[in-house]
Design a protein around this ligand. Structure first.
Ligand code: BGC
Length: 389
């Protein structure tokens, strides 16, 4: 049985919260700038803190403007097309805890000439790493991820390998079967794990992309730009040109792209998630508290507007930042009425494609799934709306 950090999940992508953030952000910013003029820090009487930090081993990139995406990053972005998340598999506390494992039959579905040749592979590394600052990743787990990554790459698939569900990093409670780690090592473990992952896969095909962290939120929000910069610098030591992916805070909300400080590196792509209208996409979802009523249909004009608003924000921010953006997650849970689910998928797919946004559906074979495990077939209507003509 899967369990999530529910109260926060409820807040996620909640349009009202997003709106409040938008309304109050300029106000807070203007307060901040006034007070910094009045009480400018005196470098002599207020020397910078010198307490050594575990993070010192992983310095950020020197600050500077992000140069815009390289031709290599742009070429990868244009190859993503219509992707699929292998969700609820390797990002469960342990593979299988949420009823799914990565199976050969899933891997056989993807690749050039198949319905999709881009797979986002969410992985809960943290629960398979020692609970100390070194975060040594378990050898068997690493070997398991190797086998999935290598089989996908061998098929010519673009693989987005990420770090998913490190609950304490966001200030959430650990899930059932998730081991807690001491507070002082929470942040440094993100980097210690990336050091190992990056070194391990340094010689893999350029079709392997690393996404630094899924849906940063909560506790991580004020630290995110700094942590992302540290992670990029660290990964670059072993992977000088691999395409890396960063997304904004508030669960990768496009409304937060304006606060993302893109690390000054050319081989980057941006990502956002879009689950609006949340009342529709997450109706009946057991991990959202309180559980949202079912029977919500889609798509009225205002629902359509909510969907495209986020897409338009993503497109305009990406243009301004000069990096391609893709939609790493969107989808509607199985409890939504069938006809509306199909209408939603068609609408959002057409809207993304009209904006030349590559995408990954959430997800293959679980509660949002397009593939029916029992019949070993795609659910034809959902499949057609997404991947058909
Ligand atoms: C989470 C999943 C969840 C999905 C839809 C993802 O980001 O990682 O666990 O099912 O969003 O809510």
């Amino acid at each position: 049985m899967r369990s999530h950090s529910f109260a926060l999940f409820f807040e996620r992508r909640f349009s009202k919260s997003a709106l409040m953030a938008l309304v109050f952000a300029p106000l807070l910013l203007s307060c901040g700038s006034t007070s910094s003029v009045e009480v400018a820090p005196n470098p002599v009487s207020n020397p910078p803190a010198t307490t050594p930090s575990l993070l010192d081993a992983y310095p950020p990139l020197p600050a500077g403007p992000a140069p815009g995406a390289s031709p290599e990053a742009r070429a990868i972005a244009s190859k993503i097309g219509r992707g699929i998340n292998f969700g609820n598999m390797l990002e469960a506390p342990n593979e299988g805890d949420w009823g799914l494992r990565v199976e050969d039959r899933f891997i056989d579905l993807v690749g050039p000439g198949k319905f999709s040749s881009s797979v986002r592979l969410p992985v809960r590394w943290s629960n398979h790493a020692t609970p100390d600052a070194n975060a040594t990743i378990d050898a068997q787990f690493f070997a398991r991820v190797d086998s999935v990554v290598d089989r996908l790459l061998a098929r010519g698939v673009i693989v987005v390998l990420n770090m998913h569900h490190y609950r304490q990093l966001d200030g959430d409670n650990p899930d059932d079967k998730e081991r807690a780690v001491p507070a002082e090592v929470v942040d440094v473990r993100l980097l210690a794990m990336w050091k190992q992952i990056a070194e391990r896969y340094a010689n893999r095909s350029p079709n392997l992309l690393f996404e630094i962290y899924n849906e940063p939120h909560g506790r991580l929000e004020p630290k995110w730009n700094d942590m992302a910069s540290r992670a990029v610098r660290l990964i670059r030591k072993s992977n000088p040109t691999r395409v890396l992916i960063v997304g904004p805070t508030f669960y990768n909300s496009a409304t937060k792209l304006s606060e993302l400080v893109v690390p000054p590196d050319p081989h980057l792509l941006l990502t956002v998630h879009n689950y609006d209208p949340f009342d529709f996409t997450h109706q009946g979802a057991e991990w959202v508290v309180p559980v949202k009523p079912t029977g919500v249909t889609c798509c009225s004009d205002s629902q359509k507007q909510a969907i495209v608003r986020n897409l338009d924000l993503a497109v305009s921010a990406a243009k301004q930042l000069n990096y391609p953006v893709f939609v790493g997650e969107f989808g509607a849970y199985s409890k939504a009425p069938d006809a509306s689910r199909a209408a939603y998928l068609r609408f959002i797919r057409d809207s993304m494609e009209a904006r030349a946004l590559p995408w990954f559906y959430w997800e293959l074979a679980s509660g949002f799934g397009i593939f029916d495990l029992a019949t070993n077939q795609f659910r034809s209507q959902l499949f057609d709306e997404l991947y058909g003509r």
